[in-house]
Design a protein around this ligand. Sequence first.
Ligand code: FPP
Length: 242
Amino acid sequence: MAKNSVPEHVAIVMDGNGRWASKRFLPRIAGHKQGVESLKRCAKACEVRGIRVLTVFAFSSENWQRPADEVSGLMDLFAMALGREVAQLHADGVQLRFIGERQGLSPRVLTGIEQAETTTAQNQRLVLNVCFNYGGRWDIVQAAAQLQAKNIPANEDNLSQAMALAHVPDPDLVVRTGAEQRISNFLLWQSAYSEFYFSDKLWPDFDETSLDLALSTYAQRQRRFGKTSHQLDAADSAHQVA
Ligand code: FPP
């Protein structure tokens, strides 16, 4: 059986920040702060390993329902992190994209998002999609609404092109940290044929070794895309002979 090479696109549900903080008797926001550090480390590690696209779930459409102080803390952290980290990400060749509903975000956050996207637009080493005020159902609905408004027929190709992640291929590997095993309204359309990997590590503890474990597990999977193993093995043998 042929092994997969390094995935082109890895997507991550960064779960477990709150528990990481609680274990240390710290406020939940301290866990989110550590989560930003973990994200920087992970983006760097992805670049080094030749991954071209990293998509992370930073704030879901449903996260507004959290306690008001956590929501405002996350918004502040997000705005501050944008101000502080974009220069280094730019120097590292990272193209930042923000995926999600922009209506309802504060002017400070919106300005940060727009500046980050403009500054890094030409970078090619790694595309970092930050899903913020995002939900997979929101994306499907907004794509369908775009097609309807333009009187374009709703088929798979047209919908895919109207989705918020149309600028990148679908994720090869979806990782969720924090020992939970669910999709939580992340990339519902795009993960149709993704491999899933669940890590018990809390997101702030998810380091290079954890990433490598996810990648080596992915490398052993056979992606069948609806075909049989026999068909794929036969195609591999033909490829090796040719
Ligand atoms: C889930 O952990 C994590 C979040 C809802 C927020 C993730 C945000 C970051 C890592 C910061 C991202 C910042 C930027 C600038 C992109 P949880 O709070 O649900 O953890 P728990 O399950 O342990 O409570």
